[in-house]
Design a protein around this ligand. Sequence first.
Ligand code: HEC
Ligand code: HEC
Length: 324
Amino acid sequence: MSDFTNGFWPWYVAAISLVSILACAWLLWVAGKARVSAHPGQSGQASDNTTGHVWDEDLRELNNPLPLWWMWLFILTVVFALGYLVVFPGLGSFPGLLKWSTEAEHTQDVRQVRAQVAPLYAEFTAQPVEALVRDPRAMAIGERLFMNNCSQCHGSDGRGSKSYPNLTNANAAWLGQRSAEHIVQTVTNGRTGVMPPMGAAIGGEAEISELANYVLSLSGSPHNEIKAYSGKKKFSACAACHGVDGKGNKALGAPNLTDDYWLHGWGEAAIANIVKNGKTNVMPAQSPKLTAEQIHVVSAYVLSLSGSSFPASSGAAAPGIKPN
Ligand code: HEC
Ligand code: HEC
């Protein structure tokens, strides 16, 4: 149970715990025996059992021993503390007689919950991901899995943000195919999108600006016609990945540049930047955190986000979804 990095600390912690408890016991013993004596020159202490302190002319402090019930309560706490340290972990790296640990308790809880939901998940995994989209129970669980594991990057509504893909998009705007297979595979193993730096292949600032305007023209975004015209021929350097028509290549994860959905930001400056510096975009594998069954269910939920017949429980189907 011990996470101490150095053999000295368990002893240090154990010594502080024991010394504190024993000091309490000692304090109790001393306080039980000792009497406060009157200040020299003050009278009456021995005869009337007061400490000799007087307030407000006649208010005197009695010098009685601690009440017995209070003493016993204190002794009990000391005994309890020692007993606790024998049974539970607390004395340095000594695990305690019960060998209890928060980690074991958590593992036990997780195992229990998984056993409870196993029959439900078995029912879900017996169906293909596409069919689960119509099962409201699976969607309710899928939504929770999404909120806990995906929303920090893809947003609680799945619409993503700069460099984190919008999962409510139609297929054309996805990096891969909007399919159960692609989603399960991405969630399980993660993915890395790599666009290499292409500045040197294109030329100077002027050439890159021309090319960027051509890329903007592909989606009908505002652009400079003359620059776009000159930039067109330079696009041949990009065609291997993004296609001659700029519609992308899902097998390579090269996005469609004609759909007016900009994963890494819109406008000439953003495009010039990615051409010069490239981009490496990583989604971490989720398989260390989620079971295959959970991935099955959350993938169905993602499919439901991107325009299926099932209305997401958080509200109406997201607006702006274009048909495939
Ligand atoms: C740490 C941030 C992060 C988390 C957490 C995360 N993702 Fe992603 N996800 C990304 C990034 C970044 C990409 C884009 C990778 C690329 O550019 O190739 C991505 C891509 C995807 C894609 C592919 C989209 C496409 O257009 O092809 C899917 C599907 C996806 N994520 C689903 C999920 C689901 C479901 C979860 C939760 C189980 C999740 N992600 C958790 C960052 C994250
Ligand atoms: C080796 C393949 C490859 C080549 C060559 C390539 N790209 Fe890319 N490009 C990619 C990939 C992959 C991504 C997506 C990176 C990610 O997953 O986030 C991308 C992303 C982009 C984006 C961002 C799109 C968005 O939605 O924000 C733009 C713009 C872009 N490329 C333009 C170009 C231009 C212009 C050229 C030619 C100079 C070019 N690319 C050459 C593979 C390539």
